[in-house]
Design a protein around this ligand. Structure first.
Ligand SMILES: Nc1ncnc2c1ncn2[C@@H]1O[C@H](COP(=O)(O)OP(=O)(O)OP(=O)(O)O)[C@@H](O)[C@H]1O
Length: 261
């Protein structure tokens, strides 16, 4: 297996620098993201993994003093360039590049409306179509069977693992091309984690996924490519089948063998 060719990349992060105020956190980060594959980003706490995801869907843009430079090419356009069509419209960008955060963030409304609300922000959908979309999103997020008889109960009444899958369902209902997941299983028990992982693998047919995880077994199990970050830099980027077996750098060898971080 080889790194994704340029034609295979739906997203291509090149030379990304990021600063919180005066504090530079990312230094020339590259991350090629192959279409319909799962790309894992791993590395010790504080190395900049979440910051990288926050840059890709430009969520940082709503905060003062946070800035990104370099290139994040999405369909060939640099989304960091406000003069490009994608760079000028963050709402449209976030419909195409969805994000699920580490802590489940269901809205304080019913399970059904958690999905419908997000979708209505982006387009007009008839009631009948909405029912189908809600069912399809919950099915793909491996939650449908558990909630189908209580769709009008509050999303806040679900367990943490179910809430996280609800957030995945909410994100995919909009049909993004890319789904960014920031440690989505960090607070989940093994059964919920397994369900989420199965759902993600099945979702590959429809979406391109980038996942930040501290769980190396999880990265090895579900990802096709792995990027290893250290102190704001992308130190290694490899097909996952090789990355965990024969890391190229001493730093990644130390990390995957538990001697670092
Ligand atoms: N809003 C913020 N303002 C200032 N500094 C921040 C902010 N968010 C993160 N940082 C800093 O940026 C660095 C990278 O943080 P980031 O959350 O991207 O790392 P991470 O690799 O995702 O960590 P973890 O694995 O612990 O979640 C850290 O030094 C952190 O303190």
């Amino acid at each position: 297996m080889r790194p994704p060719s340029e034609a295979e990349r739906v997203l291509d992060v090149r030379g990304l620098d990021f600063s919180y105020g005066q504090n530079q956190i990312l230094f020339g980060v590259d991350l090629p993201v192959a279409r319909h594959q799962i790309t894992a980003v791993i590395g010790p706490s504080g190395c900049g993994k979440s910051t990288l995801l926050r840059s890709i869907n430009k969520i940082y843009d709503i905060y003062d003093g946070q800035s990104a430079s370099g290139e994040i090419l999405f369909h060939g356009q640099n989304i960091l360039n406000p003069a490009s069509a994608m760079g000028a419209d963050n709402a449209a960008l976030r419909a195409k590049i969805g994000m699920v955060f580490q802590r489940p963030t269901p809205f304080p409304m019913s399970i059904y409306d958690n999905i419908a609300f997000g979708l209505r922000l982006h387009r007009n959908v008839s009631r009948a179509d909405m029912d189908d979309i809600v069912e399809s999103a919950l099915t793909r997020a491996a939650l449908w069977d558990e909630v189908k008889d209580g769709l009008h109960k509050s999303g806040l009444g679900l367990s943490g693992g179910q809430q996280q899958r609800l957030c995945v369902a909410r994100a995919i209902a909009v049909e993004p091309e890319v789904l960014l997941l920031d440690e989505p299983a960090s607070a989940l028990d093994p059964l919920s984690t397994a369900k989420l992982e199965t759902a993600l693998i099945e979702m590959k047919d429809s979406f391109t996924i980038v996942i930040v995880t501290h769980n190396l077994q999880q990265a090895a199990r579900i990802s096709d490519y792995t990027g290893f970050m250290l102190q704001g830099r992308m130190v290694e980027f490899r097909p996952s089948s090789e990355a965990f077996v024969k890391p190229e750098t001493q730093a990644m060898r130390d990390y995957v063998t538990g001697r670092y971080g």
